[in-house]
Design a protein around this ligand. Sequence first.
Ligand SMILES: Cc1cc2nc3c(=O)[nH]c(=O)nc-3n(C[C@H](O)[C@H](O)[C@H](O)COP(=O)(O)OP(=O)(O)OC[C@H]3O[C@@H](n4cnc5c(N)ncnc54)[C@H](O)[C@@H]3O)c2cc1C
Length: 372
Amino acid sequence: MARHVVDVVVVGGGGMGSAAAWRLAGRGADVVLLERFEPGHVRGASHGASRIFRVSYGDPVYIRLAREAHDLWRELESESGAALLTITGSVNHGRTPDLDVLSGAVEAAGVPGQWLAAEEAAERWPGLRYDGKVFFHPASGRLHADHAVTALQRRAAALGADVRHRTPVLAIAVRGDDAVDVVTEDDVYRAKRVVVAAGAWTEKLLGALVPLPPLRVTQEQPAHFAPLRDSDEWPSFVHHLDQQTLAATGFLSGVYGLATPGEGVKVGFHGTGPVVDPDDRDFTAEPHQLRVLRDYARRWLPGVDPWACTPISCTYTTTPTSDFVLDRVGPVIVAAGFSGHGFKFVPAVGRVLADLALTGERPDARFALAGR
Ligand SMILES: Cc1cc2nc3c(=O)[nH]c(=O)nc-3n(C[C@H](O)[C@H](O)[C@H](O)COP(=O)(O)OP(=O)(O)OC[C@H]3O[C@@H](n4cnc5c(N)ncnc54)[C@H](O)[C@@H]3O)c2cc1C
C-alpha cells in the first residue's frame, strides 16, 4: 500500500465532488479527487445533456444559492471555454398555492419574474398546454450536465488537483480532529479533511461515521419525447399538480421538463421511482410509470409525439425535507441528499464545501446534520 499525505481528499466525481475539487484547488489546497467509475459514467445522478437551471424557488435560502451558482457557472465557462448554461426562460404553471409562494419569494428577492395569461404563454411556447396560472422567470434555463462535470474536473486538474477515476474508496477512518485516512485498493491517503460527495452511495460509505438523515435512493425515469415541430421554442417548465388532480388523473407527481438539443423534450415525474440499491440497479424503465408519463405528454404536451420517447435512468438521493446536507463532523465533510434538484447549485455547493474544509465556515443551518 502506498501512503500519501494531502490536505483534502474528495470522494465522488459527480457534480458536487468535482465542484468541490475545483474550488479547493483554486484556493491552493493540495487535493485528490477519487471517483470509482470511468469519466462520463451513467450510474449516478450527474450524467446527461440537460438539467434545469432556475433561480425561482419559494425559499430565499435556495434563491441566494442559485444566484451565486449562476455567477460561478459563468466563471467556470470563462475559465474552461465550455458553454454550459443556456438561458431559455422557465415557466411554472398549475392551480396550487406553490405558485404564489414562488412568485412572492422571487419578487422579495428582486429576481425578475412575471405572470402570463395562458394564451400569451401558448403563443410563445405552443409545445405546452397551460393549466391555470403561468409564472414566467426569464433568468432560468438549461445546464449541460456532462460538459459541466468534465469542465469542473479539467479545471480542478489544471489548478493542481489529482483527479483519479476507476478508484473506489473502500474505507474512511477518522484518526483525529484534523486527521483522516481514506483507503483505496492500492493507496492510503492521510488528509486533514475528507469531502464525501458520494451521491446514492453516501449511506454505505458514511452511515457508521456521521449521523445522516434517512436518505431514500430511487431510480428515476424521465424520458425524451420527439418534438413534432423543430421550430417550437421550449422553456424549462414545471407543472404543479394538486393531490385532487393526481388522484383524478393517475399522474404520479408534478412534472418537470426542458428541451435537450439533439435528444428531444425531456419530461419527468419527480421522485416517484422505485427505491433501489445503487449497486444493484436494472436501469430499466418501469412500464406503468412510462405509460403514465406518455399519457401526461398526450394530454399536456401538444408539441411532442407521446409515442416516440426514450427513457433515461438516473438516481435521486432524497432527504425527508428535500433539503441538502452540507455539514462537517470532525475531519469529515458531507455533501448529500440533493433530492433531485441539486445540479443547478453545483458550483455554489463546491464553494460551500471548500469553506467547510478550509475555514470551517458553515452554511445556512438548513443544511446542517441533525444531532451533529
Ligand atoms: C432524472 C434526474 C433529473 C434531474 N433534473 C435536475 C434538474 O433539472 N435540475 C437540477 O438542478 N437537478 C436535477 N437533478 C438532480 C441532480 O442531477 C443531482 O442533485 C446531482 O447530480 C447530484 O450530484 P452528486 O455529485 O451528489 O451525485 P452523483 O453525480 O451521483 O455523484 C456521486 C459520485 O460518487 C461516486 N462514488 C460513490 N461511491 C464512491 C466510492 N466509494 N469511491 C469513489 N467514488 C464513489 C459515484 O460513482 C458518483 O460518480 C436531477 C437528477 C435526476 C436523477
